[in-house]
Design a protein around this ligand. Structure first.
Ligand SMILES: [Zn+2]
Length: 195
């Protein structure tokens, strides 16, 4: 059985149908939170988006993840709420706009299967955080997996350069295990590729 350290798959050229826009709302107050936590993609790359990195927050709520965003100078583009939250089933949270780089992967990380083993992934990647404690009793909901897949399809349909989806654990195996062993990677992959 694959582990989070194996999670990666390639995206061929996008062949519709185009996905409906993912229901999303800015996390309340997010633009002030991320103002010092994002930067121009062209600062360290050609600005093209080439990969999506799948994360789990290792916490119980969207707010706890956003508090961590402020405390640790980390950031990401999308946050998929937990089944215990009011937004679950309604909308994902937009955090950093996709046009900007967020800080969700260490600059030293690289993988031969992802953008030619390049470093500085934040410049060319989109980060999706799924709210989950990564414990045995806390299953990812179908809706969470579907929204994560829909976010990938939305980005894929608009970015011809986007070619890989990978777990944070695979990019940073020394330090990270997210999205964790309970994330249904094969189901997620089928939703992305199958539409
Ligand atoms: Zn992560």
């Amino acid at each position: 059985m694959p582990t989070p350290f194996d999670f990666v798959f390639a995206l061929p050229a996008f062949a519709g149908p185009p996905s409906a826009p993912v229901p999303a709302a800015p996390f309340p107050g997010v633009d002030a939170i991320v103002a010092g936590n994002s930067y121009a993609r062209t600062d360290t790359s050609d600005g093209k988006i080439r990969a999506i990195v799948i994360h789990a927050t290792q916490g119980p709520t969207s707010q706890s993840a956003m508090t961590r965003m402020q405390a640790y100078q980390a950031s990401w583009h999308w946050l998929v709420p937990h089944p215990g939250e009011a937004a679950h089933g309604l909308n994902v949270w937009r955090c950093v706009p996709e046009a900007l780089a967020a800080r969700h992967v260490r600059n030293e990380c690289h993988d031969p299967a992802v953008n030619g083993d390049a470093r500085n992934a934040n410049a060319w990647a989109i980060g999706i955080e799924i709210v989950n404690t990564m414990t045995a009793g806390d299953a990812f909901s179908d809706w969470q997996v579907e929204q994560a897949a829909a976010l990938v399809r939305q980005a894929w349909s608009g970015n011809p350069s986007l070619s890989t989806v990978v777990s944070h654990a695979r990019l940073d195996p020394q330090n990270k295990v997210d999205p964790g062993a309970w994330f249904p990677w094969e189901t997620f992959k089928a939703l992305v590729l199958g539409g």
